[in-house]
Design a protein around this ligand. Structure first.
Ligand SMILES: *[C@@H]1O[C@H](CO)[C@@H](O)[C@H](O)[C@H]1NC(C)=O
Ligand SMILES: *[C@@H]1O[C@H](CO)[C@@H](O)[C@H](O)[C@H]1NC(C)=O
Ligand SMILES: *[C@@H]1O[C@H](CO)[C@@H](O)[C@H](O)[C@H]1NC(C)=O
Length: 398
């Protein structure tokens, strides 16, 4: 009796946790929005130069001051630890070294309680240095716009996946890839077999497939999650984060720099590769989405570019995990098929949850405009083409 009561309650908690995780990335804010006044738009009528201005504006990356301060705090933080529950759990925390005079910011930077599967000495010897190294590298890479990352994705992402699965290292892209989003429109057709027929199947934010195999397929080659989800996983035994099985590699988009701690802890006990998206890819995606968002804004409202920032909360405006997964696929696949993106009045928001409305963090209209160009005229997409990168054919299934 007790058991049957406990399970639904556990599921309920899990759903709450998932809903929180999926709301994603509230804290990271925008990447590289200029804090200086935006360049003035050209006189009306100059459509071509308006385009150029928008490119310029979305390219004026002044870095995110608050984020860099967070990174500095983390890199210079003090570490403390304790064991709880008779040694079964470890609690670790990172605290900021207080500034003089006190600037009022909280001192606690990160706190994590997790099943003690590593001795404390390993945390000191291995986890902390790994955390600092990964964070430092990430923070350095995101300071500059380096679209060349597109041609490095084969080595950065595909190679470790192939090595793990025992595939030969061909240095060539996958012939076909499916990026499977979580939109309820997936329930309108039976794309399961079609999806599973792709060489690489990427799924987003750990949406489960059980019960939906006919609609969404059952194969997963890469789980793409945001680090809020990893943060929840890190508290579980063995950093359990595997709705698709613990042999499936995981790629993480870092929402908050403190999540590198969760990463370092999970990376120590993972059977499959745990990869972090290259910060240069994050910067590239941010620029592209910003360009389309600015463009949509001017077109839809006729208002000047400066007002875009008032309309979009600059602390939270961001691209979606799905958008980044599509851009990643462009770099490692010869053909890209996209499923479960987009909404419809008749479809549920997510195929696997009952979440109702869109969270206001992403400019989905801007992302859809990007996808339209991706399919119809990829050569006009700014930033992506900066290094002469050639966009492979992309098909969206609705
Ligand atoms: C994660 O773990 C793997 C395997 O142990 C290791 O090779 C890799 O360097 C680790 N990643 C980081 C960023 O430390
Ligand atoms: C630039 O503006 C023109 C006219 O509005 C438009 O047709 C063209 O697609 C734009 N270029 C890009 C890269 O969006
Ligand atoms: C990239 O796209 C922009 C915007 O459409 C265009 O002006 C530029 O010529 C393109 N660059 C290359 C290398 O194709």
């Amino acid at each position: 009796m007790k058991r049957s009561l406990r399970f639904p309650f556990f599921l309920f908690l899990l759903l709450i946790a998932l809903a929180t995780a999926l709301s994603c990335c509230r804290t990271l804010g925008r990447l590289g929005l200029p804090s200086d006044p935006l360049p003035m738009p050209p006189p009306l009528g100059a459509a071509a130069s308006l385009n150029e201005t928008i490119v310029l504006v979305s390219a004026t990356a002044a870095g995110d001051v608050a984020l860099e301060r967070d990174v500095d705090d983390l890199l210079s933080s003090t570490f403390s630890s304790s064991t709880t529950s008779g040694g079964r759990y470890l609690s670790i925390s990172l605290r900021r070294r207080p500034a003089l005079p006190d600037d009022g910011r909280p001192l606690s930077l990160a706190r994590l309680r997790f099943p003690a599967r590593l001795p404390l000495s390993a945390i000191h010897r291995r986890i902390l240095p790994e955390f600092r190294r990964a964070l430092r590298r990430w923070s350095l890479l995101r300071r500059r716009f380096q679209p060349e990352v597109m041609s490095e994705l084969l080595a950065l992402i595909k190679r470790p996946i192939d090595l793990h699965f025992g595939y030969p290292d061909t240095g060539r892209p996958y012939a076909t890839c499916a990026v499977v989003g979580n939109s309820g429109i997936l329930l309108n057709s039976d794309h399961g077999d079609l999806i599973d027929g792709h060489d690489l199947v990427i799924r987003l934010n750990n949406a489960f497939t059980q019960g939906y195999i006919r609609k969404v397929g059952g194969k997963t080659s890469l789980a793409f999650i945001n680090s809020n989800i990893l943060h929840l996983c890190a508290r579980r035994d063995g950093c359990f984060c595997h709705p698709y099985g613990d042999f499936v590699p995981i790629l993480i988009y870092i929402c908050q720099p403190a999540h590198f701690l969760d990463y370092a802890i999970c990376n120590a006990s993972h059977r499959a590769p745990l990869l972090v998206t290259d910060a240069r890819l994050d910067v590239l995606c941010a620029r592209i989405v910003e360009f389309y968002s600015l463009k949509q804004f001017v077109k839809a409202t006729g208002r000047p570019l400066e007002e875009w920032r008032k309309a979009h909360d600059e602390r939270t405006f961001h691209y979606s995990t799905g958008m980044q997964a599509v851009v990643l696929a462009l770099g490692i696949c010869d053909r890209v098929s996209v499923f479960g993106f987009g909404k419809s009045a008749k479809a549920k928001h997510h195929y696997h949850t009952n979440q109702k409305a869109e969270l206001d963090l992403h400019d989905y209209e801007a992302e859809y405009a990007f996808y339209r160009d991706l399919v119809q005229r990829p050569q006009v997409i700014p930033f992506l083409n900066d290094t002469g990168f050639k966009v492979p054919p992309v098909v969206f299934y609705h």
